[in-house]
Design a protein around this ligand. Structure first.
Ligand SMILES: Nc1ncnc2c1ncn2[C@@H]1O[C@H](COP(=O)(O)OP(=O)(O)OP(=O)(O)O)[C@@H](O)[C@H]1O
Length: 348
């Protein structure tokens, strides 16, 4: 079998009640269950300190779960198997490439260590370099290529050993914003081409949306929701997820005609502006930002800030009085709505 396009590669992953408590009683990860079919890309998304890296380290074998927890690859318990025998591929924020080696030597390193014959190695390296679009740079030392290219070398190197599971820990976070945005699309396409079982850690929701077949949103050492990106966005499980993924407005229900809950949530695209009527909400425009395809308005609704998206062609100016309608079918009501206790997306 060769790693490449076509059928899914890699193992199924099962995590069974795996938790991690550090000395002093710090619970980095509560007992967690997780199942990944072969070939699925799962993104762990959450604010700093929520246990993403800890979960990744348990899967890699860099740390052992608390007693009672288990990690299984293809149904086989690998909890006691050391990292070097688990066949996991890893890509980190710092690429950890060998600076004195060429691109091709870096990619082929794992195969060499494994004792693969030169011809096999060369053919595999050439194929991987072509897949990541670096065949022209095969003989270039890695300290003379760009950050984005290094990231692709790191990916090709991790995949060369045909890992059962590929683990990516914030692989794009060292790059500048523009490059990160481009590479997230490229990385998503590459991972799909390799069709490899992968866990990708990030705290960037746009990256999570672009890369994940499914996203697990984590908070306080727990997975609070695991779903397809669309479902996470459209049907967030609670106010924390709703506010962590995309923009979510919040208004007292008494201000929204037809709402019965004390607090209601809605996305900017659920708001429409039109002529004032009995069912509209009066507001004033406090900011208008042009985004090319649409315009994002900040509105003052009885002292509350509401973000709304309108077509870019609409000429709306700061200070304008407007009338809002909120699509009742797109109102969310969550149990954890207390404005005092609902955490901000920046805090864990
Ligand atoms: N070796 C350790 N000893 C004690 N506590 C630790 C240790 N490693 C991690 N923690 C704690 O466990 C919690 C989870 O850490 P983890 O690194 O998994 O979070 P994370 O979600 O990956 O964060 P980040 O996005 O900042 O990398 C944090 O509160 C962290 O301080």
């Amino acid at each position: 079998m060769t790693a490449g396009e076509g059928a899914a590669h890699g193992a199924t992953l099962s995590v069974r009640r795996a938790g991690k408590t550090f000395p002093g009683g710090v619970v980095a990860l509560a007992p967690t269950d997780l199942d990944l079919p072969a070939g699925e890309i799962l993104v762990l998304l959450g604010p700093s300190g929520c246990g993403k890296t800890t979960l990744l380290r348990l899967v890699a074998g860099l740390a052992a779960p608390d007693p009672g927890g288990a990690v299984l690859f293809d149904g086989i318990d690998v909890t006691a198997t050391p990292i070097e025998r688990r066949r996991v591929g890893m890509v980190f924020q710092s690429y950890a490439l060998f600076p004195n080696m060429t691109v091709a030597e870096n990619v082929g390193y794992g195969l060499k260590v494994r004792g693969e014959p030169r011809a096999v190695r060369d053919a595999e390296v050439a194929r991987l370099l072509e897949m990541v679009g670096l065949e022209q740079l095969a003989d270039r030392p890695v300290d003379r290529i760009s950050g984005g290219q290094r990231q692709r070398v790191a990916l090709a190197r991790a995949i060369a050993i045909r890992p059962k599971i590929l683990l990516l820990d914030e692989p794009l976070s060292a790059l500048d914003a523009a490059l990160r945005e481009r590479l997230r699309i490229e990385l998503a396409a590459l991972l799909r081409r390799f069709a490899i079982t992968a866990i990708h850690v990030t705290h960037d929701q746009a990256e999570a949306m672009a890369i994940g077949d499914r996203i697990a949103v984590m908070r306080d050492g727990r997975i609070v929701q695991r779903d397809a990106p669309e479902a996470i966005y459209e049907r967030p499980a609670d106010a924390f997820v709703a506010r962590f993924v995309g923009t979510m407005n919040r208004l007292p229900g008494r201000l929204v005609p037809g709402a019965t809950a004390e607090v209601v949530h809605f996305r900017p695209e659920a708001v429409t502006l039109g002529p004032a009527g009995t069912d509209t909400i009066p507001a004033r425009v406090t900011a208008a930002t042009f985004f090319g395809a649409h315009r994002r308005l900040s509105l003052d609704v009885a002292g509350h800030v509401v973000e709304a998206d309108v077509p870019a062609s609409w000429r709306v100016a700061v200070g304008d009085s407007v009338a809002l309608t909120i699509d009742p079918a797109r109102l969310h009501v969550f149990p954890d709505t207390d404005p005092v206790t609902t955490p901000s997306p920046d805090a864990c």
